[in-house]
Design a protein around this ligand. Structure first.
Ligand SMILES: Cc1cc2nc3c(=O)[nH]c(=O)nc-3n(C[C@H](O)[C@H](O)[C@H](O)COP(=O)(O)O)c2cc1C
Length: 129
């Protein structure tokens, strides 16, 4: 958001501050940045491989395999993004799932190598025609 980047803590349903600067342009792929300068919110989807390989309880052996890891975090991202699309539609908001500046975000968010920036999703007000 304009006020900065936050980590969504799903367990406690709260936002934890990560960086207090507006990084919204980095959440858009190069070449498309001018399209969303007015959108208030960008979701940035980051997979933490450490959390996949250190799950609590049952350890799925396949999760040590990078290809299986990919399938899990891509499905997870699609499920979350689908819910964001549904919620946005229910509130008459517009939404758009897209690429982002992965390297730029990784640097600015000071992510570890095991934390992969995947995709991003914009939520905003629909253009009145
Ligand atoms: C993995 C993935 C990455 C995408 N990246 C982009 C992107 O960088 N730019 C873009 O315009 N659309 C991208 N899309 C497509 C959009 O999410 C969307 O389907 C498209 O903009 C058409 O949306 P509309 O039907 O609301 O016009 C991507 C879709 C997927 C599944």
């Amino acid at each position: 958001m304009e006020s900065g980047v936050y980590l969504f803590d799903a367990q406690h349903h709260r936002l934890l501050p990560v960086v207090a600067s507006d990084l919204r342009t980095l959440a858009i792929g190069r070449g498309q940045r001018s399209m969303v300068t007015k959108a208030p919110v960008q979701f940035i989807y980051v997979a933490d491989i450490h959390r996949l390989t250190h799950t609590a309880g049952f350890q799925e052996p396949g999760l040590q395999d990078p290809e299986v890891q990919k399938s899990y975090y891509h499905v997870d991202t699609g499920l979350i993004a689908g819910n964001v699309y549904l919620f946005a539609a229910s509130q008459e908001l517009a939404s758009w799932f897209h690429n982002c500046d992965r390297i730029g975000l990784m640097r600015k968010l000071k992510l570890r190598a095991e934390q992969r920036v995947l995709f991003a999703q914009t939520v905003g007000y629909p253009e009145r025609r």
